[in-house]
Write a protein of this length. Structure first.
Length: 138
């Protein structure tokens, strides 16, 4: 199975990040992962990457919608300002699928899909299959 090189998770809930790291290891679909409990820190990470000569961007970003500093939608607004040439696949995560969030995710070209938390091994395998088949373009 082809593996992702790096996946980034942005979620202010530290227990969720721990759980997702366990699920990620069980799924065995990536070589490395980076977790942020602060979307501001994640933005700083991407700003720093964009200044490198040969930056290695993650294959995908798993982004929580509801966070206290800035929410996932606000993160995306600021992220788009970085003009990253090789934008990763973005998966929005939420604990409740509000119709307005689902609609907004569908309307934003940058968002691949919205998944209800917590992630499961099957979600990760499905994403991996989509990437391998070429149905995800990034």
């Amino acid at each position: 199975m082809k593996k992702f090189k790096n996946l980034v998770f942005i979620d202010d809930d530290k227990p969720t990040n721990v759980f997702h790291s366990i699920i990620l290891e069980e799924a065995d679909i990536c070589e490395s992962s980076t977790f942020f409990s602060s979307p501001i820190d994640a933005l700083e990470y991407f700003k720093n990457l964009s200044t490198e000569d040969n930056p290695t961007y993650p294959d995908a970003i798993f982004l929580d919608i509801n966070m206290p500093e800035i929410n996932g939608w606000e993160f995306l607004d600021q992220y788009k300002q970085l003009n990253i040439p090789q934008s990763p696949v973005i998966i929005m995560l939420t604990t409740s699928l509000f119709p307005k969030d689902l609609q907004k995710a569908k309307e934003l070209e940058i968002v691949h899909k919205l998944i209800n938390k917590p992630l499961e091994v099957e979600n990760l395998h499905e994403l991996n299959t989509e990437l391998i088949s070429g149905s995800i373009v990034h």
